[in-house]
Design a protein around this ligand. Structure first.
Ligand SMILES: Cc1cc2nc3c(=O)[nH]c(=O)nc-3n(C[C@H](O)[C@H](O)[C@H](O)COP(=O)(O)OP(=O)(O)OC[C@H]3O[C@@H](n4cnc5c(N)ncnc54)[C@H](O)[C@@H]3O)c2cc1C
Ligand code: SF4
Ligand code: SF4
Length: 1020
């Protein structure tokens, strides 16, 4: 039974004493390891994050001594609950992840289990090799976890599952000894003895094995007792030999702890061509799969109408998915099949794609194939297909697509019958299935929408019973990809019968007589619908919370058939939508990525679950549902547990865009901070940061004061003193104060700021007009950027309005008396001062709305300020005005590129004498505004702009100045940004964010420029 009891202190001290890595026993840490990507939750008794093999050996010895179960863990992305347990979790993914050896000639590799698949493949590329079990979670799934689950990739038709691609496993057994599992004929010692034992069982049960094991490739249930009498469509070994490592593959951590794995690699296909077949009938799509596989594709993958529609409505995926449609502007097809051909040369693949076309014509489906020979387009489309489940999971409300019969495998000739029969089952229970994935091998993923807090468990049981009847009718496998875990364990007996189940128990006993490894999985599992294992059991309750931001868009319920959501605010959330926003995280682990994109910069540096979007979402979920150790009546967002989890979140907004379910942690951080600071108070540093727009005008106007303040950057002792008083790091230079600010100095010979004032009506009269937002950072510290923007806009013939306070506003606050400048409230949000931010942002929105409503573009220079108008302003209760403003708000480059594309902009630009390196601000990336910057830079002859593939620069507003964060800040910058800048000493470096420019300066002593300045410098 799930319990929240932690390891006794004496055992945890024993571990702490002998282990170099981390030992975590506090409730929040255990809570972050209580879930995988399933519907289940079980608190582990503790978590060990080993540094090396010796740590694991020690942990296993301590666990054995005290009879504490052990649960090995990789990325924790399993969908069936096999990676949850009341056990000592050992997380291999942080440090136990080395590539031990690669033999390119033999095409083999040996790796530690915590290595992530994509990292292995990135390393193998130089040898022209890859590990071809290409699971959708390749950026997160570890080799150990993949072997634990017998995982299967999209191209299993060509390469098989894990069991077909593991050559050997060195594993610790329950008694602590290390055994080598490999070729049975060459085995010795305990591995041989265990092999002999299993062979005896297999020989005794040969008739049952032949009768009960499904004859499909996709069968992952139970243990692979059939190694001695193979039943899979694809033999486990090419020469028919028996490999004992295959007994461990799919054992879900229940037999032994993998120390290293020997893998069979494959040549990396040089060329690929994709044919995408569009179907107007789902049944026809399913029926066609059996014919298509005869053309010898490496993959045939299904994406159904619901998923295509969801992708079409997702800004990140829309363009890509529409490139796969016969009519990109037309109605959505009922299904598409992605048919991939790969090989050494391109031309023969094009012929095979042509053959696909012919086949479809022969099947009466002429003109249904989109041919996609371009590798980049293919890559993008595979990303959408891989994000399939996550796109579905972005459904708001308590009903969620649930995994429990999501990977039943049936022979291809029955696929159409099976899917339509199961669709009828779904509708009988008031739900609907969305189908996708591996049509090539008869394993289609489908997850009916169920509300596990209400009647989900009963429906799940009823549907599972009916699905099992169908699987039996079509001689399929009930568990075909994701494993057994808590969800399908009870179906092992159903699949194999009592005799084989007993044999599996004997195998477990022979390997692990004291039930040390992952108990309750495969052997003696609970019922799939035992709600005491659920993450959202019926008794799950949310602590009422008064929120400072408007979360009503999440506070909805959905219709499981139409997937329509109810009106905002009607979802019944006692936390007014905040908890439902938090619960959008389904634990799929996509935020554990290191490749392209930004999410999640703090995890990229620390590799700690606590500093990961998923870890934060889990912490918040546990907090708002009262599962952390908060005092009664305590606001759950004010606890230390939440503070620690949110501490390294740099509010980069990457998760908002890159998390497939749209978990928006930056917004949650504002909410958390506002609660936390209300209770614990603001520090001096908070105030210094938040009120910068307030005092910057005053400082700049007092003669001599800017120069005096700037001395701090030159005299270390003053910087140290300031650090002591304010906790602003002495290692960091501060922005240079100046008296010639934008508001003090004339703009050009023609005008001062006062002359850039037009009413909305006046501006509307102009053929080319724009509102230019002047923010605090650019106005008071880098006014050259504003001047440059004005110069460019004027050169292009635009009439410019610069928002400035008039007397009606200037009475309201002190700073406004001193400054004409509006404020977006960003610095206040960063300090959790939501009310102050609302007051300032509200005034700005009021000012801008009449311009926006007249269709006039609102252009900003500083991404963090500008995107506040497109993001936070929409959850502050400003209503329709804010929506109008958000729709017209753009960065300078977005505006100029749009104008250029519509033929309105003509800039006469001279050639650049150097190439341009561009770094995108995180918020710019989060709002897809990097591409326009590159497009704009391409207008400068010879600029040849290159994007620096970087995550967050690490400065993130005030984060990089904070004494406790400066090290992490620098580490973030060193991940890729600063090395890329150093590698290009002769390039212009362009960065729109003031913080990014500062970080680049501090880390490389190079001056990065705002895009406005590069443009202005190249005006003829
Ligand atoms: C969105 C999404 C898409 C997915 N797509 C696919 C897919 O395409 N194909 C597929 O097959 N699966 C898929 N999965 C399931 C899952 O991602 C894979 O099974 C993955 O291989 C698990 O890797 P992991 O590192 O997260 O393993 P974990 O979940 O951490 O562990 C998996 C099992 O292996 C055991 N284990 C881990 N390390 C060891 C070790 N050192 N020794 C012994 N046992 C160990 C664990 O105890 C556990 O039982 C998907 C999941 C999600 C959420
Ligand atoms: S935060 Fe998003 S990406 Fe990360 S696990 Fe949760 S849903 Fe997945
Ligand atoms: S806002 Fe950025 S740092 Fe924070 S959780 Fe999201 S991706 Fe990570």
């Amino acid at each position: 039974m799930p319990t929240k009891t932690a390891l006794p202190p004496e055992i945890s001290s024993q571990l702490q004493k002998h282990i170099r890595g981390q030992v975590l026993t506090d409730t929040p840490s255990r809570g972050r390891y209580a879930t995988d990507a399933s519907i289940y939750q079980q608190f582990p008794v503790g978590v060990v994050i080993p540094e090396d093999a010796a740590d694991i050996e020690t942990a296993l010895a301590v666990a054995r001594e005290h009879s504490i179960p052990v649960l090995p863990r990789g990325g924790g992305t399993s969908q069936c609950g096999q990676t949850t347990g009341v056990a000592l979790v050992i997380d291999n993914s942080k440090a136990f992840r080395k590539i031990l050896q690669v033999d390119p000639a033999k095409a083999t590799a040996e790796v530690e289990p915590g290595l992530v698949l994509d990292h292995l493949n990135a390393n193998l590329k130089k040898h022209g090799l890859w590990y071809p079990v290409d699971v959708s979670t390749g950026g997160q799934a570890t080799i150990g976890g993949m072997a634990g689950n017998n995982s299967c990739g999209s191209r299993s038709l060509a390469y098989g599952n894990m069991v077909h691609n593991v050559l050997g496993i060195d594993a610790w057994l329950a008694d602590g000894q290390l055994a080598q599992f490999g070729n049975y004929g060459q085995s010795s010692g305990t591995a041989k003895q265990l092999g002999d034992f299993v062979k005896g069982l297999a020989n005794r049960l040969q008739p049952e094995i032949e009768a009960m094991f499904p004859k499909v490739m996709r069968r992952v249930a139970g243990y692979n007792l059939d190694v001695f009498h193979p039943q899979s469509e694809l033999p486990y070994t090419k020469d028919g030999s028996v490999n004992l490592a295959h007994l461990l593959v799919g054992s879900e951590g229940t037999l032994a702890y993998f120390k290293s794995l020997q893998l069979k690699l494959a040549p990396l296909p040089q060329h690929k061509v994709l044919g995408i077949v569009n179907f107007s009938s789902f049944y026809r799509a399913m029926d066609s799969a059996q014919h298509i596989v005869k053309l010898g594709p490496t993959a045939v993958e299904l994406v159904d109408r619901t998923m295509i529609d969801l992708a079409r409505h997702n800004p990140s995926f829309k363009k890509t998915i529409e490139s796969a449609l016969i009519d990109a502007a037309g109605p959505t097809p009922e299904a598409i099949l992605l048919v991939e051909f790969s090989g050494e040369a391109h031309a023969p693949l094009l012929e095979r794609a042509a053959a696909l076309n012919e086949l479809m014509s022969d099947l009466g489906l002429a003109n249904t194939v989109v041919s996609m020979p371009d590798a980049a387009l293919q890559k993008n489309l595979w990303e959408v297909r891989k994000a399939g489940l996550n796109i579905m999971m972005s459904l708001k409300g308590d009903g969620k697509p649930v995994s429990f019969i999501e990977d039943c495998a049936v022979p291809l000739e029955h696929l159409a019958e099976y899917t339509s029969a199961l669709t009828e089952v779904f509708s009988k229970y008031g739900s609907r299935g969305t189908w996708y994935a591996h049509a090539s091998v008869g394993t289609l993923h489908v997850r009916p929408i169920l509300d596990m807090r209400r009647d989900g468990a009963q429906k799940m049981r009823a549907m599972a019973e009916e699905a099992s009847e169908l699987v039996r009718r079509y001689k399929g496998a009930y568990s075909g990809e994701h494993g057994d875990g808590l969800c399908r364990g009870e179906w092992i007996t159903w699949q194999f019968g009592p005799k084989i189940t007993d044999a599996l128990r004997e195998i477990k006993h022979a390997f692990d007589p004291d039930n040390l490894f992952n108990p309750g999985k495969i052997i003696d599992p609970p019922k799939m619908d035992d709600s005491s294992y659920f993450r959202f059991p019926p008794e799950y309750k949310i602590i009422p919370l008064k929120t400072n931001l408007d979360w009503s868009a999440w506070n909805v319920q959905n219709n499981p058939v139409t997937e329509e959501t109810s009106a905002p605010g009607s979802g019944g959330d006692p936390a007014l939508g905040f908890s439902k926003a938090v619960e959008m995280c389904n634990n799929n682990g996509h935020c554990r990525k290191f490749d392209a994109g930004t999410m999640c910069p703090s995890y990229r540096v620390t590799r700690d679950e606590k500093h990961l979007t998923r870890g934060r979402a889990n912490t918040l979920r546990l907090a708002v549902s009262g599962q952390l150790d908060a005092a009664p009546g305590e606001d759950p967002l004010t606890t230390t547990a939440v503070k620690e989890a949110m501490d390294l979140c740099v509010s980069c907004k990457a998760c908002r865009r890159e998390c497939p379910t749209g978990v928006d942690m930056a917004k949650m951080k504002v909410e958390y901070l506002s609660h936390y600071k209300k209770r614990h108070g603001h520090t001096l540093r908070d105030r210094l940061v938040a009120h910068l727009p307030h005092y910057a005008p005053m400082v700049s106007r007092i003669p001599g004061l800017p120069a005096l303040l700037n001395i701090r950057n030159r005299i270390p002792a003053i910087a140290k003193l300031q650090e002591w008083i304010t906790n602003i790091s002495a290692e960091r230079t501060l922005p240079i104060w100046r008296s010639d600010t934008f508001w003090n100095a004339p703009i050009d010979s023609a005008a001062s700021a006062a002359q850039y004032r037009f009413t909305p009506e006046q501006l509307q009269e102009e053929s080319k007009a724009v509102v230019l937002l002047v923010d605090t950072f650019n106005a008071y510290f880098e006014n050259e950027n504003v001047h440059a923007a004005i110069q460019v806009l004027r050169a292009a013939g635009y009439q410019i309005h610069i928002p400035q306070m008039d007397t009606a506003y200037s009475a309201s606050t002190t700073e406004q008396k001193c400054s004409k400048q509006f404020c977006c409230g960003r610095t206040y949000l960063a300090a959790g001062m939501v009310d102050e931010a609302k007051a300032r942002l509200g005034a700005l929105v009021d000012h801008l709305a009449p311009y926006a409503e007249r269709g006039i573009a609102i252009v900003g220079l500083e991404p963090s300020c500008l995107f506040t108008l497109k993001d936070e302003a929409l959850v502050m209760g400003f209503g329709q005005k804010a929506v109008a403003v958000s729709q017209k708000a753009q960065l300078l480059e977005e505006f100029l590129v749009d104008e250029f594309k519509s033929g309105k902009l003509k800039l006469n630009l001279k050639p650049a004498d150097r190439s341009v390196l561009f770094h995108g601000h995180c918020h710019q990336k989060a709002f897809a505004a990097v591409a326009p910057a590159l497009e704009l830079l391409q207008l400068i002859p010879n600029a040849n702009p290159t994007l620096i593939e970087s995550s967050c620069c690490g400065m993130a507003g005030s984060f990089g100045y904070e004494v406790e964060h400066i090290t992490v800040s620098k580490q973030m910058a060193e991940l890729s940004l600063l090395p890329a800048v150093r590698l290009a000493p002769d390039s212009w470096v362009v960065a729109d964010g003031t913080s990014c420019r500062h970080q680049i300066h501090d880390g490389t002593q190079r001056e990065a420029l705002h895009i406005a300045r590069i443009l202005a410098a190249h005006l003829q």
